[in-house]
Ligand binder design. Structure first.
Ligand code: ADP
Length: 695
C-alpha cells in the first residue's frame, strides 16, 4: 500500500508491529528488523527529553482502544511524535494519524492499520506563520499603547503646566501669608513680653500681698464663695489652735461644726448677702474666749479678721471686781489708819513722819518725850531748825539716804546738843512721797547696862588672870616644903634618924598620907592654873582607844574592888584610833573613871556598875563612861565643869577632891580638839561622853 503505513496486532498493551511500508521505514528512520514483531511503544515513544508536550503516546493508545471498541476508523489530531536518529539524537516530527480497523469474518477487529502523514513541514510553517502573526499582533498592541501613552503624556503635561501655574500662584499667596505671619509673630512677641511683664508684675503683687497678709498681726483667713478656706495666716493658726494646712480646702462648717451657728455663720451670711463688712463680738466656746470677728466680703468670697478679746473681757470684769475691792480696801485702810494712829499714839517708842524737806508731818506722844519738844513745836518744822548743831546734820544725812536710795536704815547712836542727851535706836523707812517714817527708841538704859556688863566682865577676867597666876606661883611655892615634909618623914620612917617606935610609925604614916594628899591637891591646882594661863602644850599622836581605856581602867580597879563595884567588859572595837595627847587622854579617862568609882555605891544588895565603851562617829571617836551612881541634878549639870565646884559637898566630904578634875578634863578635851559632856539622872546614874578627833 502506498503511504506511510504500519499494521498492528490487536494485543493491547503491546500493539505488536506486524508489517511496515518502505515509506514508513524511511519516514521513521528505522529498518524492518528493528520494528517487526516488537511492541509499538518500545520503538516509538515520547522519550525525547526536549519534547515539552509528550502526549503522542497516550493519545495514540486512546485512539487504538477507541478503534477496537468502536470497530470504526479514527482520525487523530496532529500529534508531535519525535523520531530518534541512528546517532541517538532526536528529530522533531508532527504527524496526522488515522487508525483503520481490519475486521475478520466474524466482524471482530483483527488488525489495525496505522496510517500517518508526515506534516512536520506544514506544522513548522504554520508555527512560523503563527509566530509572525502573533508578533505582529504584539507590535500592533504596542503601537496602540504608545499612542495611548503619548496622549496621556500630552494630557499630563497640560496638567503639569496648569499645576505649575497654580503653584506659582500659591507661592505668591504664601509669600503674602508669610509676610502677614511675620507681622503677626512680631505682634505676638510683643504681646508675650507684655504678658510676661504682666505676669511678673502679678507675681510681685502677689508676693507683696502675701507679705502684707503675713505681716498682719490680727488673725484672719479668706473663704471662697463655697465657704472653703483659701488662706489662713499664722495668727489665725495660733488663735484657732490649728494649722493652715488642716483648714485650707475645707469648708467652714466642716472645720468648725460646733461653733458655726453661734459665732461665725450669721455675720458671715450677712456680710455675703449685703456685700458690706460686718463686725461682732462673740464667745468662742471651744477655746473659752471672746473673739472680735470682722467680715469683709470681696469678689472671691469673704475675708475674716478676728481678735482674741478674751483678755479685754476678762480685764473689764477684773476692773469691775477691782473697783469694788478697791472701795472695800479704801474703807478698810481708813479704819486701819485710824487704828494705826491710835496704836502709834499709845506706843512707848517715838514714831514720827518727815516730809521730803524733813519737816515733821506727824508725831506721836512718845516723840514729845524723846525729842524734848511738844507736838506743836515739832509739826511743820524741819529737823535742822530743831537741832541746828551736829545732831541735825547727822540725822539729816541718815534720813536723806533713806529718802533718796529708798532703803531702810537702822542705827544706834549717842548725841548731845543743847543740854539734851539722845541715845536712840533708829529705824527709818522711806515713805511713798519722798519722806521718811522713823521709829525711835530711847536705849539709854540698855546702852548703859551693856557698858556696865562689859566693864564687869573685863574686871572679872583680870581678876581671874591674877588668881591663876597667883595659884601657879603658890602651888609651886607650896610643893617645895611639901616635898621636904615627905622626904624627911620617909627618912625617919626608914629609921635612918634612929629607932622608931610603933606609935611614932603610925604618926609618920599620918604625916605621909597628909603630905601626899596635900601634894595631890597642889599638883591639880598647878595643873589647872597652867591650863588657865595657856601654858600647856599638846603632843598629838595616834592613840588606839581600846588600849587607852584598858590602861586607865586598871588604875581604878583596886578602888572599885574595895567598894564591891562591878566593871563591865569594855565595849570598843580594836581598830578605833583617836588623835590625842596620850598622857592627857589618860589623865581625862582616869578622872572620869575615878569620879564614877567615887560617886557610885552598891544599892539594895545590887552592886554598882561601871561600863566603858567607844564607837566611831563620823570623823570623831565617842568614848562613854557610864555609872549607876548617885547622879547629878539637872541644874548642876553645867556647873560640874566649873572649877572648884563640888555638888553636895557635905555628902562627898569622905571623897577626896578639889572640884577641879572635870574643869581640867574639859579644858584638856577641848585642847585636843574634842569635847566633854554629861547626861545624868539623880539616883540612876551618870554618863560622861568624851569626843575626840579620829585619826
Ligand atoms: P572632885 O571630884 O575633885 O570633887 P570634879 O571636878 O572631878 O571634882 O567633880 C566635880 C563634882 O562633880 C564632884 O564633886 C561631884 O559632885 C560631881 N561629879 C563628878 N563626877 C560625878 C559622877 N560620876 N557622879 C555623880 N557626880 C559626879
Amino acid at each position: 500500500m502506498p503511504g506511510v503505513n504500519l499494521l498492528l496486532a490487536v494485543d493491547a498493551p503491546r500493539w505488536t508491529m506486524l508489517a511496515a511500508s518502505d515509506e514508513r521505514l524511511a519516514a521513521t528512520l528505522t529498518t524492518r528488523e528493528e520494528t517487526l514483531g516488537r511492541p509499538l511503544f518500545e520503538v516509538f515513544s515520547d522519550a525525547n527529553p526536549e519534547n515539552d508536550r509528550p502526549t503522542g503516546e497516550s493519545n495514540l493508545r486512546t485512539s487504538l482502544e477507541t478503534v477496537v471498541r468502536t470497530r470504526a476508523p479514527h482520525r487523530m489530531a496532529v500529534q508531535r511524535f519525535d523520531i530518534r536518529r541512528p546517532d541517538g539524537t532526536w528529530e522533531v516530527r508532527h504527524w496526522a494519524p488515522r487508525n483503520v480497523p481490519v475486521l475478520g469474518p466474524d466482524g471482530a477487529v483483527r488488525y489495525i492499520l496505522h496510517h500517518v502523514e508526515d506534516v512536520s513541514e506544514v506544522v513548522r510553517r504554520t508555527e512560523a506563520h503563527a509566530k509572525l502573526r502573533s508578533e505582529y499582533v504584539v507590535s500592533e498592541d504596542a503601537r496602540h499603547e504608545l499612542e495611548g501613552a503619548n496622549e496621556l503624556l500630552r494630557d499630563q503635561q497640560l496638567e503639569l503646566e496648569m499645576a505649575n501655574q497654580q503653584l506659582q500662584e500659591q507661592h505668591a499667596d504664601l509669600e503674602i501669608q508669610a509676610d502677614e505671619l511675620r507681622v503677626a509673630a512680631a505682634a505676638l512677641e510683643e504681646r508675650t513680653a507684655e504678658a510676661e511683664r504682666a505676669r511678673a508684675e502679678a507675681e510681685a503683687v502677689r508676693a507683696r500681698t502675701d507679705a502684707v497678709l503675713a505681716s498682719i498681726g490680727d488673725a484672719f483667713y479668706l473663704l471662697d464663695r463655697e465657704w472653703r478656706f483659701t488662706h489662713v495666716n499664722a495668727a489665725a493658726e495660733l488663735l484657732l489652735k490649728t494649722t493652715a494646712a488642716a483648714l485650707i480646702g475645707r469648708t467652714l462648717w466642716d472645720a468648725f461644726p460646733d461653733v458655726l451657728g453661734s459665732v461665725f455663720e450669721r455675720p458671715y451670711r450677712e456680710a455675703m448677702a449685703s456685700g458690706r463688712p460686718t463686725s461682732a463680738e462673740a464667745f468662742f466656746a471651744p477655746l473659752l474666749t471672746w473673739f472680735d470677728v470682722r467680715s469683709y466680703p470681696w469678689p472671691g468670697g469673704l475675708m475674716v479678721h478676728f481678735r482674741d478679746v478674751g483678755a479685754r473681757h476678762a480685764a473689764e470684769a477684773e476692773r469691775e471686781r477691782l473697783l469694788v475691792a478697791a472701795e472695800a480696801a479704801r474703807a478698810d485702810a481708813e479704819a486701819e489708819r485710824a487704828r494705826t494712829a491710835g496704836i502709834l499714839e499709845a506706843m512707848a517708842d517715838a514714831h514720827f513722819v518727815l516730809d521730803a524737806d524733813f519737816r515733821f508731818v506727824s508725831v506721836n506722844a512718845a516723840t514729845e518725850r524723846n525729842l524734848g519738844h511738844t507736838r506743836e513745836q515739832l509739826v511743820g518744822r524741819s529737823i535742822w531748825e530743831l537741832f541746828p548743831g551736829t545732831v541735825g546734820s547727822i540725822f539729816e544725812r541718815s534720813y536723806r539716804q533713806v529718802a533718796t536710795a529708798k532703803v531702810a536704815v537702822h542705827f544706834v547712836g549717842e548725841y548731845e546738843e543743847g543740854g539734851l542727851t539722845l541715845v536712840p535706836e533708829v529705824d527709818a523707812y522711806p515713805t511713798p512721797d519722798g519722806g521718811v517714817a522713823v521709829f525711835w527708841r530711847d536705849v539709854r538704859a540698855e546702852v548703859q547696862a551693856v557698858a556696865e556688863r562689859e566693864r564687869l566682865l573685863a574686871a572679872a577676867e583680870a581678876a581671874n588672870r591674877v588668881k591663876s597666876e597667883f595659884l601657879a606661883v603658890m602651888s609651886h611655892e607650896l610643893r617645895t616644903p611639901l616635898n621636904a615634909i615627905g622626904g624627911y618623914a620617909d627618912l625617919m620612917e626608914m629609921g635612918i634618924r634612929g629607932p622608931v617606935t610603933e606609935q611614932q610609925r603610925e604618926d609618920l604614916g599620918r604625916i605621909q598620907r597628909s603630905q601626899r594628899h596635900l601634894l595631890g591637891l597642889v599638883n591639880e591646882v598647878l595643873n589647872y592654873a597652867k591650863l588657865e594661863t595657856g601654858t600647856v602644850s599638846y603632843e598629838l599622836a595616834d592613840v588606839p582607844v581600846r588600849s587607852a581605856l584598858t590602861e586607865a581602867e586598871a588604875l581604878v580597879v583596886p578602888q572599885a574592888r574595895m567598894k564591891g563595884l562591878v566593871f563591865e567588859a569594855i565595849d570598843c572595837p580594836d581598830d578605833l584610833v583617836a588623835r590625842a595627847d596620850p598622857e592627857k587622854l589618860r589623865q581625862v579617862l582616869v578622872n572620869l573613871l575615878g569620879n564614877a568609882v567615887k560617886f557610885t555605891e552598891s544599892r539594895d544588895g545590887q552592886p554598882g556598875r561601871i561600863s566603858v565603851s567607844c564607837a566611831p562617829d563620823g570623823e570623831r571617836v565617842r568614848i562613854a563612861v557610864r555609872d549607876t551612881g548617885i547622879g547629878i541634878a539637872m541644874d548642876k549639870l553645867g556647873a560640874v565643869f566649873e572649877p572648884f565646884v563640888q555638888v553636895r559637898a557635905t555628902l562627898t566630904r569622905t571623897a577626896e577632891g578639889t572640884g577641879l578634875g572635870l574643869a581640867i578634863s574639859r579644858d584638856l578635851a577641848r585642847g585636843m580638839g574634842g569635847a566633854l559632856t554629861v547626861e545624868s539622872e539623880p539616883g540612876v546614874g551618870s554618863t560622861f561622853v568624851l569626843v575626840l578627833p579620829r585619826a
